[in-house]
Design a protein around this ligand. Structure first.
Ligand SMILES: Cc1cc2nc3c(=O)[nH]c(=O)nc-3n(C[C@H](O)[C@H](O)[C@H](O)COP(=O)(O)OP(=O)(O)OC[C@H]3O[C@@H](n4cnc5c(N)ncnc54)[C@H](O)[C@@H]3O)c2cc1C
Length: 502
């Protein structure tokens, strides 16, 4: 525990041991709070956890990590917790994007100059558009680095937000209500189908929506964090190492984590939280745990369900009106190394033409292990391919047939790049929205947050403070959105808000 922290009797329950909940819990324990984290799953980490099959280790969802560089959010938090950052290799290119019918990828290089040259070569005439994004990123990143609270809900939040603003930040203001689609039109690029397609593909990964809908200021950051001095990283071992280290810090500082414990409801009295109803999945025992504060590491849709009739009407209405979020379909393959082409980049994205659509935008995002990275025995490798899907059909109709059809299609599409045969595929498994709902308890199996459209990004999104006193929301439904780095920032914000009340 840090010397500066003052012991406090305040008891905090954290619902969920995803990266958001673990980060909040570990930081709070380190700052002297009594912390209990409850998670319904078998292993911590939520969408950033792993599972093992026949000698292979598969990352469930997240496969690449931002924020490990000095000053990056994971780096800052691990430094405060006095724990080592996991070993990692930088992804270069961060992603190799293959458009339909093209055999040469668009390489999102880590080096800024190299990436700049690639963009101009791939998309002639787009220099003004990229310059605009780079300028907005510069100002937004510096602003974000001063820890603004977005959206503000009280005077302290507003003060944090105001303190983060500098004259340089003001260049972003006129762009607050614009989307990437608006910027493309402004730069005379509305006819550039290839650029639009590339942006749609990349933005869907980060913002859940396409270029037409993604808020420009959000996109400026999402499309710039793959380059130095920031960057994306592939963790040595597996993604689980992030959660394991946060759990170790939590327990070292006196915090407690109970797995296979489901929070069934949040108790509220006179507009303030009083406790949670917990069910032990092993014993079936149900009890109420009283507490002073609750940090809910769940989707905002799940939060409303946990509050039941205590959910404030306006809040519930806003959640009900959110556009349908996407789910994910993921294929996990354990293969012989010979299935992987030589010098294969760690992450690839494929857009397919009309040959049997897969997912919402007929694309696959693919993560490939490399020898010695801890995911497969010698001579073997893992391939993980995911696609966004509408979660609803997976809850009706013939689930088994649908899963089989998607799996076959995905493997057939991957077979255009990888050498996949019954001999080279040693293991295969698939996850659907129903799988994610089961293992992460996310409503309908939705993943990746609420979508970074104008009405739901940054200043207009869901705040970490909720309308219920002493109830906080942390995770990818809040600013700055999805990703292990994003949810860690939201956790840090909540911890600062709780500290400010002490
Ligand atoms: C296919 C896919 C690929 C992705 N790729 C990347 C990537 O490469 N890089 C990246 O940074 N991000 C990626 N992401 C996004 C990233 O994984 C998530 O945004 C992030 O991990 C979410 O963390 P979280 O803490 O908000 O919540 P979650 O990971 O959803 O964790 C919530 C936890 O709460 C628990 N829980 C929920 N309800 C209850 C309850 N009532 N009682 C008890 N426990 C409960 C769950 O079991 C879970 O462990 C990807 C996501 C997916 C699905």
């Amino acid at each position: 525990m840090s010397n500066s922290s003052v012991a406090s009797k305040s008891r905090i329950v954290v619902i969920g041991a995803g990266i958001g909940g673990l980060t909040a819990g570990a930081l709070l324990a380190h700052r002297g709070y009594e912390v209990l984290i409850l998670d319904q799953a078998l292993v911590p980490g939520g969408c950033a956890s792993t599972f093992k099959r026949q000698g292979f280790t598969f990352d469930v969802g997240a496969t690449q990590v931002a924020g490990l560089e000095p000053g990056g959010i994971h780096h800052r938090i691990f430094s405060e917790l006095e724990i080592d950052l996991p070993s990692a290799t930088p992804c270069d290119p961060a992603c190799a994007v293959y458009l339909p019918g093209e055999s040469t990828p668009i390489n999102v290089w880590r080096d800024r100059t190299k990436w700049h040259e690639e963009r101009l070569k791939q998309f002639p005439g787009s220099a003004d558009f990229w310059k605009l994004l780079d300028d907005l990123f510069g100002a937004s990143w510096e602003f974000q680095g001063r820890d603004p609270v977005l959206p503000p809900r009280n005077l302290w939040d507003l003060w944090q937000l105001t303190k983060a603003v500098r004259p340089g930040t003001l260049i972003t203001l006129p762009y607050t209500f614009l989307t990437v689609g608006d910027a493309l039109r402004g730069c005379g690029l509305e006819q550039d189908r290839r650029l639009r397609t590339f942006l749609d593909l990349q933005l869907k990964l980060y913002s859940q929506v396409d270029a037409e809908e993604t808020a420009l200021l959000y996109a400026a950051t999402a499309l710039n964090v793959s380059q130095l001095p920031q960057g994306l990283f592939h963790l040595q071992g597996s993604m689980q190492v992030l959660s394991d280290r946060l759990v170790a810090a939590l327990e070292r500082d006196g915090g407690k984590l109970l797995m296979r414990h489901t929070v069934e409801s949040i108790q509220v009295d006179k507009g303030k939280v009083t406790g949670v109803v917990i069910r032990n999945q092993k014993t079936g025992e149900v009890w109420t745990q009283t507490c002073d504060r609750i940090v809910a590491n769940v989707t905002v849709q799940n939060l409303v369900q946990l509050l039941g009739e205590n959910a404030p009407g306006g809040y519930k209405h806003r959640v009900d009106k959110l556009p349908q979020a996407s789910g994910a379909f993921v294929v996990y393959l354990g293969v012989k190394q010979e299935a992987i082409p030589a010098n294969c980049p760690p992450h690839l994205q494929f857009l397919y033409d009309a040959e049997g659509p897969i997912g919402e935008n007929n694309s696959l995002f693919v993560s490939v292990s490399h020898p010695g990275d801890g995911r497969a025995p010698n001579g073997l490798a893992t391939i993980i391919a995911s696609s966004f899907v509408d979660p609803n059909p997976w809850w009706r109709g013939d689930y088994a047939a649908m899963k089989q059809e998607f799996t076959e299609k995905a493997i057939a599409q991957l077979g255009q790049f990888f050498y996949l045969t019954p001999e080279t595929i040693k293991y295969q498994e698939a996850a659907t929205p129903r799988t994610f709902a089961h293992y992460t308890a996310r409503d309908l199996g939705i993943v990746g947050g609420i979508g970074q459209r104008i009405p739901t990004f940054g200043p207009f999104g869901f705040a970490n403070r909720t309308p219920i006193k002493d109830l906080w929301l942390v995770g990818d439904s809040t600013h700055p959105g999805e990703g292990t780095a994003g949810v860690s920032y939201s956790a840090l914000t909540v911890v600062r808000q709780i500290e400010a009340e002490r």
